[in-house]
Design a protein. Structure first.
Length: 174
């Protein structure tokens, strides 16, 4: 065997082995990073098509002289949902025929019938909904909120026969 060949082979093997040496194990630097999300309070209103419901006092004789109560029937397609713990408020304007109170009016403008709105079917003075003032809506199911609106119509037996209507603007805030 050629001694020069052996020596060349030895040096080549030594070079390969030296390139494989990584030295003593060292710890690599480590750092951390923050992961977070913020969920803000809010509400979502879906459906309703611009009309959120109906407050229908029904049909009565022009000679009736009594109070008639009813509750808001929300449109089936209306869904109001809020983040749990969110404070939801509602404000209602005076309607089309407001004077010193809310009124149902005839389209020709000849007659009107006063009504009041409440947050309770008990119609207590403390639960009356004032015009253009924000009131808190209490709810137990944040995923499906029903607006607590009740109306009390005062018939006095002096109104003309006909259809009486009003249209209220509702503002929700949170």
């Amino acid at each position: 065997m050629d001694p020069a060949f052996s020596l060349r082979s030895f040096y080549a093997l030594l070079a390969v082995l030296a390139s494989l040496y990584v030295g003593p194990a060292r710890a690599l630097p480590t750092q951390s990073f923050q992961v977070s999300a913020s969920i803000v309070a809010g509400c979502q209103i879906q459906g309703g098509g611009g009309v959120w419901g109906t407050l229908d006092f029904g049909s009565h004789s022009a000679l009736d002289s009594r109070s008639v109560g009813t509750g808001l029937v929300q449109n089936a397609g209306l869904l109001i949902a809020c983040t749990p713990g969110t404070t939801l408020s509602i404000s209602l304007d005076g309607g089309r025929y407001y004077t010193t109170t809310r009124n149902l009016g005839q389209a020709n403008g000849n007659d009107s019938v006063a009504y009041r709105l409440y947050t309770s079917a008990g119609y207590s003075p403390a639960s009356e909904i004032p015009v253009n003032q924000s009131i808190t809506v209490n709810f137990s199911n944040a995923a499906n909120i029903t607006l607590p609106i009740y109306g009390l119509l005062q018939l006095d037996g002096t109104h003309r026969a006909g259809t009486y209507t009003d249209l209220l603007s509702v503002t929700l805030s949170w």
